[in-house]
Design a protein around this ligand. Structure first.
Ligand code: HEC
Length: 141
């Protein structure tokens, strides 16, 4: 037997062993596996029914913190475009000095073309925006 053909035989043996390893598991083993993974792969239908049956709750006003972390954080965390940073007392002092109503107004209307109207939260109520300004001001006082 040449060296080459014995190397081929080895390759064939390795391939056969690999194929055997991939062969389908015997029936008994399969159902055992199915049982073991069932709680993970399955959906608890009673929980789904409870979710489906739950009445739609009236939308509660979002907290200042919730609105801030969804809409305002993008600019006010980093100070993008000169936004006064959250918690930066120095940056906020001259703004706080204008009074809350001025801050509410610039939040509703936007400011200098860089602070967008309503801070991009177009479905925020005035009350939610006020709570958000209060939340940001409180962190910088
Ligand atoms: C796209 C970036 C951006 C987002 C998003 C944003 N702001 Fe601003 N904000 C700015 C910038 C920039 C300024 C500074 C504007 C200036 O003084 O020229 C500013 C200023 C302010 C001021 C001070 C206004 C004043 O009169 O001095 C308040 C209050 C404020 N933002 C509230 C908010 C709130 C509340 C949100 C989220 C609902 C928000 N901002 C989202 C960029 C942003």
């Amino acid at each position: 037997m040449t060296v080459l053909s014995s190397a081929r035989l080895t390759l064939v043996a390795v391939a056969a062993a690999l194929l055997a390893a991939c062969a389908p598991a015997p029936e008994g083993t399969r159902s055992e596996i199915a049982e073991r993974i069932a709680p993970v792969g399955g959906v608890d239908s009673s929980a789904m029914e409870m979710v489906a049956a739950a009445p739609a709750a009236p939308a509660a006003p979002r907290s200042g913190e919730a609105v801030y972390s969804t809409y305002c954080v993008a600019c006010h965390m980093s100070g993008a475009a000169g936004a006064p940073k959250y918690g930066d007392a120095t940056a906020w002092a001259p703004r706080i000095a204008k009074g809350k109503d001025a801050l509410y107004a610039s939040t509703y209307n936007g400011l200098n073309g860089v602070m967008p109207a309503r801070g991009t939260c177009m479905d925020c109520s005035d009350e939610e925006l006020q709570a958000t300004v209060d939340y940001m001001v409180a962190a910088a006082e």
